[in-house]
Design a protein around this ligand. Sequence first.
Ligand SMILES: *[C@@H]1O[C@H](CO)[C@@H](O)[C@H](O)[C@H]1NC(C)=O
Ligand SMILES: *[C@@H]1O[C@H](CO)[C@@H](O)[C@H](O)[C@H]1NC(C)=O
Ligand SMILES: *[C@@H]1O[C@H](CO)[C@@H](O)[C@H](O)[C@H]1NC(C)=O
Length: 373
Amino acid sequence: MKMKKMGILNIVLLFATINVALSVQDGLLPNGNFEQGPKASQMKGTKVTDPHAIPHWEISGYVEYIRSGQTQGDMLLPVPEGAFAVRLGEDASIKTRVTNVTSGSFYSLSFNFARTCAQEEKLNVSVSPNTEPNDWGMLPMQTMYSSDGWDSYSWGFLAQANEIEITLHNPAVEKDPACGPLIDFIALKALKNPHRQRGNMLKNGNFEEGPYIFPNTSWGVLIPPNIEDDHSPLPGWMIESLKAVKYIDAEHFTVPEGKRAIELVAGRESAIAQIVRTQKGKVYDLMFSVGDASNSCQGSMLIEAFAGKITLRVPYESAGKGGFKRAKLRFTAVTERTRVRFLSTYYHMKNDHSGSLCGPVVDDMRLVGVRHP
Ligand SMILES: *[C@@H]1O[C@H](CO)[C@@H](O)[C@H](O)[C@H]1NC(C)=O
Ligand SMILES: *[C@@H]1O[C@H](CO)[C@@H](O)[C@H](O)[C@H]1NC(C)=O
Ligand SMILES: *[C@@H]1O[C@H](CO)[C@@H](O)[C@H](O)[C@H]1NC(C)=O
């Protein structure tokens, strides 16, 4: 009995150590909030003129250093936290070196951005060294999802060295140099390999593992579209179709279970999916929670859950005040691999006059084999 207890204690301690080792580097990159800035002599107006003027960063092209409260035309440029942010003009980039990642580990990068023009803005996020073709992300920043003017994006990658360089580049589709996103708060998080928990065939079914969410921001983190599972900032899951999904935290939203959940913010244009090994002819239950994030997202919602070709539509009446219900899809597997998939049938908009998109929340997904159907 005593021996057994010791064993358990050791395992607990071991996990505690691993968590500490992983979490040390979770958080802001050095000067990732740009609070250390250029000297007056390294700027012309707001434009930074020296490529090494911002500590820990190397810039190129038209980069502006923006102080909180600064205006452009008659528009106030919002800076979410602290006093400063950078703006990447046409063809501008910022680059930083991270010296203590682990080669072969997965990471997710999160950053805050605000659009400054009506045009579609994009950001090319890349990490070097990397040997994989096309291993960069073109993140679309066309839609507003938060009411604050700021959103956060995440991007997943595999570190291929212990020392890497991270670049954010505005390839500029627009021709106005005053356009281009404001960027602030760039953070890194080591992602744990998703594993299946007992009694659940899905990996990361409760979404507890995912990108870094800034503790001081209240708008969650977007996970960009077209993400394959091996590079997903949401371990175990793919983001299909054209638009992002939102990763939300219990500190700022209502989530059905644990500390994290997914808000389906883009109607049928975004879906999350996972492929599971199944046994042909066997019966399974896919169970999940559908709710709302308590973020003024009201209305009649409908979630579609798919298991292979079987569909379940789950209506949810949202008062925008939080709450959830459980749903169950029973299906017989017809192949050795079954794709489970979730999307929101409709678009929804917050009723706070911000015009920002929102949607139903899904969480706590379980897939189990049914022994005596
Ligand atoms: C990684 O390096 C940064 C500074 O470059 C430091 O702030 C951070 O604590 C380091 N993390 C680890 C795990 O050594
Ligand atoms: C994005 O950046 C990477 C790395 O610099 C580059 O190889 C790639 O061509 C860029 N993609 C686009 C569409 O500009
Ligand atoms: C978050 O806000 C608190 C209180 O305003 C502040 O002390 C803390 O430094 C902030 N954290 C970050 C990462 O900026």
